[in-house]
Design a protein around this ligand. Structure first.
Ligand SMILES: [Zn+2]
Length: 340
């Protein structure tokens, strides 16, 4: 089978690897159909000092596929079933896993495609409990965006920030994979959405997705515009993932008692902010990473109901690196999906 492996920092090779063995008890073998790219793929590709991993490593953290073979004792799936896979190898036995909150697993073995072998290969054996069925009317391409992009946003907005209908939200980097999802989910709930983008072409696209106000952060200070748009009150919620460049401003535009939820630090991980501002304004800051099983099921249900991911580009497996370069260059609007 084909397997796209990272052999050194910034060096990928498409190799001919042996097929996995027959799935063991409680496992299924999945034929991968689509892999969606995320910033974690870029971090893995560049190499990160803190990432404990062994190379070569099969890349790809977010994927959909079809059940090829069912192992002993698995009654929940049959060959041909269309599925998505959870993006981390969790233990299944700790308290968090038992509650379906796998992203808080106490014994996680790693993130697929980052710490341990991922999904960019024709066949992969998975524990059946980490596999989630796809609705019939959703494509492999779109479903590949459920386990990380859609479900991360679902977890951020609803489990953490507890976004309510009628609230105002600032979505940072509205043209990114998760930014586009956040705009759609917040609009579907009935919120007023303000978003930032880096150029005018993206501004048009963000408006077409339903954003009420779009700010080009390259030409305008988003802090000033958000204050104006909210009559100096600020927003209820900020959706953060851009990090150092925007985080202090994101806090500044929150209303008293507002909530900031973040899952990323694309522009850098270190910020300074004023603790007096934090407690006097009674801000709530949520760190969010990954998603629960329920978030993935809810994401797929939203797709089945017509809320589809914005696809920037589809590339074949051999062009994975071209997809990463596009993601890294921030020219992207929506998700990049690698098809098999
Ligand atoms: Zn666990």
């Amino acid at each position: 089978m084909r397997a796209l492996t990272l052999v050194a920092d910034r060096k990928l090779e498409l190799i001919d690897a042996p097929d996995p063995p027959a799935p063991g008890a409680g496992e299924v073998q999945v034929r991968v159909k689509a892999v969606a790219l995320n910033h974690i793929d870029v971090w893995g590709y560049r190499g990160m000092a803190f990432a404990k991993r062994k190379l070569p490593l099969v890349v790809g953290a977010e994927a959909s596929g079809e059940i090829a073979v069912v192992g002993p004792g698995v009654s929940t799936f049959k060959p041909g079933d269309r599925v998505v896979m959870y993006g981390a190898l969790t233990c299944g036995t700790c308290k968090a896993c038992k509650e379906g909150r796998d992203n808080l697993c106490e014994n996680v073995q790693g993130i697929m495609g980052f710490h341990i072998d991922g999904f960019s290969r024709d066949l992969v054996n998975m524990q059946a409990r980490l596999v989630i069925p796809m609705p019939a009317n959703v494509s492999f391409r779109d479903a590949a965006c459920a386990p990380i992009a859609f479900s991360t946003v679902e977890h951020m907005l609803f489990d953490n920030a507890k976004l309510e209908p009628g609230e105002t939200i600032l979505v940072q980097a509205g043209g990114s994979g998760i930014g586009t999802v956040a705009i759609k989910m917040a609009k579907a709930l009935g919120c007023t959405v303000i978003t930032t983008v880096g150029d005018d072409a993206k501004a048009e696209k963000a408006k077409a997705l339903g954003a009420d106000h779009v700010i080009n952060y390259k030409t305008e200070r988003f802090e000033t515009i958000v204050r104006k748009l909210t009559a100096k009150k600020g927003v209820d919620v900020v959706f953060e993932h851009t990090g150092a460049d925007t985080f202090p401003g994101s806090l500044l535009v929150l209303k008293r008692g507002g909530r900031l939820v973040t899952c990323g630090a694309t522009s850098g991980p270190t910020v300074t902010f004023n603790l007096m501002q934090l407690f006097q304004q009674q801000y709530k800051i949520f760190g969010s990473f990954g998603a629960s099983m329920r978030n993935i099921r809810d994401s797929l249900a939203k797709m089945a109901g017509g809320m589809l991911p914005v696809i920037d580009t589809e590339v074949p497996l051999a062009d994975f690196e071209r997809g990463l370069a596009r993601l890294e260059s921030r020219q992207v609007f929506g998700k990049i999906v690698v098809t098999f």
